[in-house]
Design a protein around this ligand. Structure first.
Ligand code: HEC
Ligand code: HEC
Length: 289
């Protein structure tokens, strides 16, 4: 034992056990006492400064004299974000989708918010990242990340589609054609050579699908010469399309409706522009001609 604890210098509590086992009254070290005092003061100050004491079971509480709230802190952070976004949003307002696309910084900004908008509004029908969704009748909604377009893949036609919606219309031909004619046409279409039969022109298919059968983007008539299929591509499936048409009003018609997001009022003009750029950027977008 050091001298400091020498029983001779330090007073004891007076308790003695076994004749010479005593209880010293040693002061704790200075640094320790200082720490204790400072932390006691700290606790009180902290307690008063920040929201702390619950006042009732209904959720009221002592608000703290510092006025700090988590909400205020979040608002402050948010206003920093809003300021950055505000600059872009103000710019976007008067720009056409094509002009946005020409500005790489804006395109990057728009693509980021476009992703969320697409997930919320479009992915249910078009699939995540526009991979398309299928049902047993074929594609329920078209693939958007390829370069095959019903209505054209320029930034303006994509924008028009989202604004106004689309509804491809093909007549039901079941009363205009014999079973044999339907069979001939279906086989020609399945082979990717619709014009190989004179029926294609004679029966008016060319009126909507074009003289070459490659489709007309103004009416969204599918290209019948490629291997990209909108609906069931089996002979039976093709016959069904020819017989009952698309959105024709026939009870067995194929249904293909792209809703108008402008009419639905769910999206602002700016959001629709963002989506047009986002969809274009899937990779299948085409330069305007
Ligand atoms: C209710 C389902 C549904 C929703 C929701 C929907 N679409 Fe569509 N979309 C369709 C269908 C069906 C078509 C094909 C219309 C046709 O065949 O005439 C289509 C067509 C399109 C086309 C044209 C494709 C082409 O080949 O020319 C684009 C672009 C498009 N949608 C983008 C969007 C975007 C962006 C959204 C979200 C804002 C969206 N769609 C939401 C069902 C939907
Ligand atoms: C009134 C215009 C119109 C006429 C007439 C018309 N079609 Fe169509 N057809 C369309 C449109 C529009 C689509 C695409 C629908 C869609 O994808 O939303 C289509 C789609 C099809 C498809 C589906 C292609 C696929 O990828 O799944 C086939 C097959 C087809 N037409 C064959 C014919 C044949 C054969 C004739 C003549 C007997 C004909 N069509 C006449 C407008 C027409």
């Amino acid at each position: 034992m050091s001298d400091k604890h020498n029983a001779g210098d330090v007073p004891t509590t007076g308790h003695v056990w076994d004749d010479d086992l005593g209880d010293f009254i040693n002061q704790p070290p200075k640094w320790w006492m200082l720490g204790l005092t400072v932390s006691a003061i700290w606790v009180v100050v902290y307690w008063l400064w920040y929201p702390s004491i619950p006042l009732s079971t209904t959720g009221s509480f002592f608000k703290g004299i510092g006025g700090w709230t988590a909400i205020a802190e979040m608002e402050a952070d948010k206003s920093v974000v809003d300021e950055v976004r505000g600059k872009y949003e103000a710019k976007l307002k008067d720009m056409t989708p094509a002009a946005i696309l020409a500005d790489s910084e804006l395109t990057e900004y728009v693509t980021r918010s476009g992703k969320v908008l697409f997930g919320d509004n479009c992915a249910a029908c078009h699939g995540t990242n526009g991979v398309g969704t299928h049902d047993k009748e074929g594609l329920f909604a078209p693939i958007l990340n390829d370069d095959d377009w019903l209505y054209g893949g320029t930034i303006d036609t994509i924008h028009e589609t989202i604004v106004g919606g689309r509804q491809g219309m093909m007549l039901a031909h079941k009363d205009m054609l014999s079973e044999a004619e339907i069979d001939t046409l279906a086989n020609a279409v399945a082979a990717g050579k619709p014009t190989s039969t004179p029926l294609f022109a004679e029966k008016g298919c060319t009126g909507c699908h074009g003289d070459d059968g490659k489709g007309m983007q103004a009416m969204g008539s599918a290209n019948l010469t490629d291997s990209v299929w909108r609906f069931d591509s089996s002979i039976e499936g093709i016959k069904k399309t020819i017989k009952y048409g698309v959105n024709s009003g026939d009870p067995q018609t194929r249904v293909a409706v792209m809703p108008s997001f402008k009419a639905a009022g769910k999206l602002s003009d700016a959001q629709i522009k963002k989506l047009a750029v986002y969809v274009y950027k899937f990779g299948g977008g085409r330069a305007a001609n």
